[in-house]
Structure formats: structure tokens, C-alpha cells
Design a binder for this molecule. Structure first.
Ligand code: NAD
Length: 367
């Protein structure tokens, strides 16, 4: 038999549970990594090719992300083997069986991830009384609709301003990936006086040096159009978004979009990372050396998890906004101060901060 403790290190994982239900055919794995900060929160990924390794790695990422966000939650994650597009009744049977399987794993609070959505969370809540990312009718806060992550990006920019001598009024903003995260970030920043000069989606880039009307572009995207359908601007290629000089460049699309071969093209002061791992570590190092400030993904884009935590504790939308603002400002400031003091990359400072919080919380546990 393979070594089932292969993942074990100083932080966890506390439990890896395999669930099999012969009646429904459910096969799932739950990884509960470290719960020193509190019960773990992490999504359920449904896909045919998931694995226990993937569940563990994602659970560890959640331990760090939740600690970095300053939440009273540890990290967990689960995977359900299967095609997420199966007929809905079949999916409901599987998800409900999964919920019953985790009933007694009370230190794990499930949320949505790839292949699961708010409806799945509603079934789980109905079975066992705990889940986050719920529909609004049963206490959920619709984080994509209200722009929780975009709002958090704005808060991180405000906190980072003094570290890169940036004036928000008139600052030029470029957004790669004008979706849930990107469009709300552009909207909240525009309310502070910034100017959106370019935005891209999977079809191309729109550019106007005089400024793009953010509200109008969002309305167009929401009606199913592409950014290049915006009438008052120059239509450019997908890749051209990298070359546009600006003060704030927001990656909000895919992983690894900036790497050693294209990083020299980026001409900006500040990068709040909306997408997860949008830059390679090498690219982040090169930018750091040339003085471009990069706020790492799990600090800048934590608005979604903070919102989920507020929802879990019964808070309102208003409280979610206040908590996101306060936590992301504080964490961004701490990380950038530590990065300056220790002369390390902001990402290294952020990892150190998260680890310190987890280790401190572990000291309060019974030995
Ligand atoms: P989304 O699907 O709503 O938007 C993504 C946008 O990127 C779309 O407009 C799409 O057309 C565009 N896009 C795709 N490929 C592109 C490319 N090559 N170049 C330019 N644009 C491209 O997704 P989202 O929820 O906004 O998430 C975006 C990223 O942020 C993902 O990496 C996600 O993991 C991360 N993230 C999201 C949240 C959240 O709350 N939604 C929280 C944390 C991190």
C-alpha cells in the first residue's frame, strides 16, 4: 500500500477521509489540513480527474489563504469524482450523499469550487446544517454579484498607495479579464477617481487613453457582448493588454499570464493580483527588482473568502464589505511593511505572515 502519510509535515493534514457510497456510486475525498485557527473552510471541486493529492494541496492553500486573510478558520478542501454536468437529479443525489458522508466531520465547512455552485451548497445545508456560498434566500451573500473580490482589490490598492507613491485620482487602470473580479475592481476604483484605459476578455482588448466608461462597459458585458464591442475605443489583440502603460495593472483572468519572457513588457507601478497565481515567481522577482509593487493574490483577492466567513457567522452584506475593507487593508499594510523591512518579495512576506499566524494558533492547542 502507498504511504498514506506522505503529505504529513509540521502543519498537517489533520485528516484525509475517503468516502464511498455504493448506493449512489459517490466517491469523494475530504482533506482537512490545519484547524488551529478554527474550523476549516474550503470548496468542493467536482471533476472526473481529481485526486487525494489535489484535495490535500488545495486544502493547504486554504490554510495559508484563510490565515493570511486573518480569518478564524483553517484550511480544508474536498473533491467529488465525476462529471459536474450530469443530469441535475443525479448530481443532487451525489451531493446529498456527500453531505451525509461529512456530517460528523464538523471541523470542515464546505463551499463552492469548480463544478459546484450555490444550489449544491443549499442541498448540503439542508442535509447537515452547514455550508457557505448559499443562495440569498437562505442566508447567502452573493459575492460575485456584489463584487466582494473586486472591492477587496480596491482596498488593497488603497493600502499599497503609500508604498509606491501613487495618487488614485487620475491613475490609469488596465484590467486583464473583465469578468466577475475585473469589472467590479474597475468599478470600485473608478469611484475613487481612477481612469480605466484598457480592458480585455477572452476575445480581445479595448483601449482608450481618454478613459472608458466603466458602467457602460459593465452593462455591455452583462448583456452578453464582448469588450471589443465597446464603440468608443481602439480594438486590440488579446495579448496587447500587457503593453499598455498605466499606474495600476490588474490581472483577473488566468494563471501564469506574466512570465520571464513577457514581463519586460509590463509598464506599471502597482499590480493587485485578482486572479490566482497570475505571475510566475520569476516574473514577480524581476518586477520587484525594477520597483513594481505586486500585491500577492492571496492577500489582494481574499474578498471572496472573507465574505464567505462573514456569511457563515450570520453577518450581513454590509458587515461583509466592512470586514473585507478592514482585513485587506491591514493585511496588505503588514505584508508590504514586512517585505520592505526584510527585503523579501511581498509574496514571501505574505507566506511568512500566514505561517506565523498558524503556528501561533497551534501553540494555544492542547499538546
Ligand atoms: P470570470 O469567468 O467571471 O471572468 C474571467 C474573465 O477573464 C472573463 O471575462 C474571460 O473572458 C476573461 N479571460 C479568459 N481568458 C482570458 C485571457 N487569456 N485574456 C484576457 N481575458 C481572459 O472569472 P472570475 O470569477 O472573475 O475569476 C477570475 C480569476 O480570479 C480566476 O483566476 C479566479 O480563480 C480568481 N478569483 C476569483 C474570485 C471570485 O470571487 N470570483 C476570488 C479569488 C480569485
Amino acid at each position: 500500500m502507498e504511504n498514506i502519510f506522505a503529505f504529513a509535515d509540521e502543519l498537517g493534514p489533520a485528516k484525509i477521509v475517503h468516502i464511498y457510497d455504493p448506493l449512489t456510486g459517490l466517491k469523494a475525498v475530504v482533506a482537512i489540513d490545519n484547524v488551529a485557527c478554527g474550523p476549516s473552510i474550503g470548496g468542493i471541486r467536482m471533476a472526473p480527474d481529481v485526486s487525494a493529492t489535489e484535495a490535500f494541496r488545495l486544502a493547504r492553500a486554504m490554510t495559508m489563504k484563510n490565515a493570511a486573510a486573518g480569518l478564524p478558520h483553517g484550511g480544508g478542501k474536498s473533491v467529488i469524482f465525476g462529471d459536474p454536468k450530469i443530469p441535475i437529479q443525479e448530481k443532487e443525489r451525489l451531493v446529498r450523499a456527500f453531505a451525509r458522508g461529512i456530517r460528523d466531520l464538523v471541523e470542515y465547512i464546505p463551499g463552492p469550487d469548480m463544478g459546484t455552485d450555490e444550489r449544491c451548497m443549499a442541498w448540503i445545508k439542508n442535509e447537515i446544517g452547514r455550508a457557505v456560498g448559499l443562495p440569498p434566500e437562505i442566508g447567502g451573500i452573493p459575492l460575485d454579484e456584489i463584487g466582494a473580490t473586486g472591492f477587496g482589490l480596491k482596498a488593497s490598492v488603497e493600502a499599497a498607495r503609500k508604498f509606491c507613491r501613487l495618487e488614485l485620482k487620475g491613475a490609469r487602470v488596465v484590467v486583464q479579464g473583465f469578468g466577475s473580479v475585473g469589472k467590479h475592481a474597475a468599478r470600485f476604483l473608478a469611484a475613487e477617481g481612477t481612469k480605466l484605459i484598457a480592458a480585455s476578455d477572452s476575445h480581445g482588448t479595448i483601449f482608450n487613453a481618454k478613459g472608458i466608461d466603466v458602467g457602460r462597459l459593465i452593462a455591455m458585458k452583462d448583456s452578453g457582448k464582448k469588450v471589443v464591442d465597446y464603440p468608443d475605443g481602439e480594438k486590440l489583440s488579446l495579448d496587447a493588454v500587457i503593453d499598455i502603460e498605466c499606474e495600476i495593472w490588474i490581472p483577473a483572468a488566468r494563471p501564469d499570464v506574466i512570465h520571464k519572457d513577457n514581463v519586460a513588457r509590463l509598464k506599471t507601478k502597482l499590480v493587485p493580483q485578482g486572479a490566482n497565481i497570475p505571475f510566475t515567481l520569476e516574473a514577480e522577482r524581476i518586477l520587484h527588482e525594477k520597483g513594481t509593487l505586486v500585491i500577492p493574490d492571496f492577500i489582494a483577492n481574499a474578498g471572496g473568502v472573507i465574505c464567505a466567513s462573514v456569511e457563515y457567522h450570520g453577518g450581513t452584506q454590509t458587515l461583509a464589505f466592512q470586514t473585507i475593507e478592514e482585513k485587506i487593508r491591514t493585511n496588505t499594510t503588514q505584508v508590504l511593511e514586512e517585505s520592505e523591512r526584510t527585503k523579501t518579495l511581498p509574496r514571501e512576506a505574505a507566506v511568512a505572515l500566514a505561517e506565523r499566524r498558524v503556528r501561533t494558533a497551534m501553540q494555544y492547542q492542547r499538546k
